[in-house]
Design a protein around this ligand. Structure first.
Ligand code: NI
Length: 186
């Protein structure tokens, strides 16, 4: 079990270009396990590898969010959004890389994602609601797109100030966890 440090905005590592996974080896399985441990420890609904400083195109979503009966995370390797639509939904999102920040984000209501699992098996998953939102949020991470990019100038400055304050108060401390009842953190 390894709970890894989550990279926080404005760390430039969140903007690094990511790359496709080509080998589904033990190192990938270890990355997946560490991401799962980190996501569960911090009460995240999802996590992307780039949030722990790794550039493989990998993200995880909590099995319960993905409509599974158990809480085994669903693993997405080399994911692509292959279809989106069914209108627009606006809802609040949080992110493990922006502790304490919640912003309203407008997104397509529904998406279909194609990916491989951690063993290289291709699958597709579609979803709206929380799942649709989590899939799009995590996919954004793999392209370097962050919550701060989805808001207007005034809110952007507010987020920057808030994160500056967060770093001055928390650097070197343990990660903040999501609270019961707080909006979903992905
Ligand atoms: Ni996030």
């Amino acid at each position: 079990m390894a709970v890894l440090d989550v990279v926080k905005y404005p760390d430039p590592r969140l903007r690094e270009p990511t790359f496709d996974v080509e080998v589904f080896d033990d190192a990938l399985q270890e990355l997946v396990r560490d991401l799962a441990d980190t996501m569960f420890a911090l009460n995240g609904a999802g996590i992307a590898a780039i949030q722990v400083g790794r550039l493989e195109r990998v993200f995880l979503i909590d099995g319960r969010v993905a409509g599974r009966n158990d809480d085994e995370p669903v693993v997405f390797v080399n994911p692509e959004i292959v279809e989106e639509g069914r209108g627009i939904s606006i809802s609040e999102e949080g992110c493990l890389s922006f502790p304490g920040v919640f912003v309203e984000v407008k997104r397509p209501r529904w998406v279909r994602v194609r990916a491989k699992d951690q063993h290289g098996q291709e699958f597709e998953i579609e979803g709206d609601g929380l799942l649709g939102r989590a899939l799009q949020h995590e996919h954004d991470h793999l392209t370097g797109r962050l919550l701060v990019d989805m808001v207007g100038l005034v809110k952007k400055e507010m987020i920057k100030r808030k994160m500056k304050r967060w770093h001055s108060e928390n650097d070197g401390e343990a990660d903040a966890r999501g609270d019961e009842g707080s909006p979903v953190i992905v």
